[in-house]
Write a protein that binds this ligand. Structure first.
Ligand SMILES: *Cc1c(COP(=O)(O)O)cnc(C)c1O
Length: 407
């Protein structure tokens, strides 16, 4: 039997599974091909990774490398969110419940397993936030040496969050983030180290687990739409790959349609989908509060455009004002997400209003990351905070209660 290998996602060129470089020579994204996936079966087991082991390219599931990622809650949205978006059948997949508070942990455990099974002692990434923190935490658990490249503008809180796990941080002065990324990725072959980016094929394998969890939570039913805030594109293609493999194995009879959501200020993929282009539309010199979505020209993004075309995906954008509004709405319904994650509500509302999404469609929105890591932006919301001295306490409470009564 043919063994697991990598395949470029548009032209189908094959590469060895162990390849260190994350992209094909022609810069297409790579994906893991698992021969015999049609015969993969769900097994017994307590962990999702055990039950879906036959869908994964690894020899073992390595529970010893886990920090307890995944098995995140799928929750019915509140009436507030249903009314705002106009979608009745709205579910939230809460990825902020992961160990480092974003879905990135699912990709990081996959990379730890890869390193372990390949006998690699080191992992590296380039990131301004969630990715770096996640790789640093999982690297610490797996006993790997972790190297993280950063642009100089990354705020100290984020650097410390990565450094506290013991990662070695290299800050690169005076260069554009996209340039640093390309330069760093190019070091992989030179130094023989696996440098993982947000769209690497091994991380994508970890993101498949989200599809498997949705499949189980919905008892084999498939959502009509899955709404994903998108930047490097690894996450959305991982979820979709998971469903395609369930389909190949005959476990589901249709595929969900994916919805790519980006900030209007930086929408290289969403704009290309709207324009029906097969080329990414690069964005430069943009500013957006959706910092987690800052890939202005994501390598391998053409794969997403090809899939959007083939599988009839949708795309939506949110303006800066809408992102803030959505963040507040999520918070007022109990979920504190970061601005990048908050793009989804506004985009969903427009897609529903245009009729692209129907009222009864079952829609899953992924809450990708926690709001706790970006406090600056939160200061822009109106909040009820009363300052008082101890002798003033009674009067302030009386005032507050009177205000509640007025509501
Ligand atoms: C990384 C990230 C994204 C974007 O995911 P990609 O795989 O890069 O497309 C979205 N939201 C949050 C919170 C993230 O950390």
């Amino acid at each position: 039997m043919k063994s697991v290998h990598l395949r470029s996602t548009i032209s189908g060129t094959e590469y060895p599974f162990a390849r260190l470089e994350e992209f094909a020579e022609n810069r297409e994204s790579l994906e893991v091909a698992i021969p015999g996936i049609e015969n993969a079966r769900i097994k017994q087991g307590n962990r999702t990774w055990e039950r879906f082991a036959e869908f994964m390219p690894f020899a073992e599931t390595h529970p010893e490398l886990s920090l307890g990622e995944g098995s995140t809650p799928l929750i019915e949205a509140s009436p507030l969110l249903k009314t705002y978006t106009g979608v009745e059948n709205l579910l939230l997949k809460n990825e902020t419940a992961n160990p480092t508070w974003s879905f990135k942990d699912r990709g990081s455990i996959a990379c730890s397993i890869m390193a372990k099974e390949r006998g690699e002692s080191m992992t590296a990434t380039i990131s301004t936030g969630n990715m770096g923190q996640s790789v640093a935490a999982y690297g610490a658990r797996a006993g790997l040496n972790v190297l993280i490249f950063l642009p100089e503008f990354v705020p100290l809180e984020k650097i410390l969050a990565m450094a506290v796990h013991g990662a070695k941080i290299i800050k690169v002065r005076g260069a554009d983030y996209a340039d640093i990324k390309l330069r760093a990725l190019a070091l992989a072959s030179r130094f023989g180290i696996r440098i993982v980016s947000g769209n690497g094929p091994i991380r994508v394998e970890g993101y498949k687990m989200e599809a498997f969890e949705l499949f189980e939570a919905l008892r084999g039913d498939v959502p009509d739409f899955i709404v994903v805030p998108t930047s490097a594109c690894g996450h959305i293609r991982g979820i979709f790959k998971g469903f395609r493999e369930l389909f190949a194995a005959g476990l589901i009879s249709r595929l969900p349609r994916m919805v790519v959501v980006q900030a209007a200020a930086n929408s290289p993929i969403a704009s290309a989908i709207h324009a029906r282009s097969d080329k990414v539309i690069p964005f430069r010199n943009f500013t957006t509060i959706a910092e987690a979505l800052s890939s202005g020209n994501p390598p391998g993004g053409e794969e997403i455009l090809a899939k959007a075309n083939e599988f009839d995906w949708l795309a939506g954008v949110a303006s800066e004002t809408e992102i803030l509004e959505s963040q507040l709405l999520y918070a007022r319904s109990g979920f504190f997400v970061e601005p990048g994650s908050a793009t989804t509500l506004a985009a969903l509302r427009s897609l529903r209003a245009s009729g692209a999404i129907k009222n009864r469609d079952r829609v899953v929105v992924v809450l990708t990351g926690s709001g706790m890591k970006d406090m600056d932006v939160v200061n822009r919301h109106a909040m009820n905070i009363v300052d008082c001295g101890i002798d003033d306490l009674e009067r302030k409470v009386e005032n507050s209660l009177a205000r509640f009564a007025d509501r």
